[in-house]
Design a protein around this ligand. Structure first.
Ligand SMILES: CC(C)(COP(=O)(O)OP(=O)(O)OC[C@H]1O[C@@H](n2cnc3c(N)ncnc32)[C@H](O)[C@@H]1OP(=O)(O)O)[C@@H](O)C(=O)NCCC(=O)NCCS
Length: 131
């Protein structure tokens, strides 16, 4: 795959185009330098929001028309560059979100727990990857 891929801090407007988060929470993540935007030929295709220093993936979204092209994998790899070897990345994912579960499994995240009924209509699977 020959991707013309780059990463930078996205704008609030770009995030709002594909995010379900509130403007306030998006702006706060931007202010704290916790957002990585992915660009394909300078076109915004998706983002990853994380927390630090505990390294949780809080949100990861790829624009629908750009899915299954490796962009989510690439964003995770970009996050991993910031993390010291031996540290862990954590995340919570809906048990019914098969695309995300499949992505994280393929990226070496292991299931370490479950929060029953964490969402109103679903359980949360807790996953960890040791970098
Ligand atoms: C989950 C999501 C981020 C994946 O993004 P993506 O860029 O399409 O993922 P990638 O192309 O990097 O996929 C990497 C691997 O993940 C798995 N995968 C991704 N989407 C999948 C799907 N719909 N079904 C099954 N496996 C899937 C595959 O193993 C894939 O490798 P392959 O394409 O070589 O088979 C995307 O579907 C999305 O934005 N969903 C809505 C938001 C969401 O649910 N985010 C997760 C919040 S925790």
């Amino acid at each position: 795959m020959d991707l013309q891929l780059s990463f930078k801090k996205p704008s609030l407007l770009e995030l709002e185009g594909i995010s379900t988060w509130s403007e306030k929470n998006l702006q706060s993540a931007l202010d704290d330098q916790r957002v990585i935007g992915a660009y394909y030929n300078d076109l915004f295709v998706g983002y990853l929001i994380f927390s630090k220093p505990d390294w949780c993936i809080e949100d990861l979204v790829i624009s629908e028309s750009f899915r299954r092209k490796g962009f989510a994998k690439a964003l995770i790899a970009e996050l991993v560059k910031q993390i010291t070897s031996g540290e862990s990345i954590y995340l919570e994912v809906r048990s019914k979100n098969l695309a995300a579960l499949s992505l994280y499994q393929s990226e070496n995240f292991k299931r370490i727990g479950i929060r029953q009924a964490y969402y109103s209509d679903d359980d949360a699977i807790i996953m960890r990857r040791i970098v």
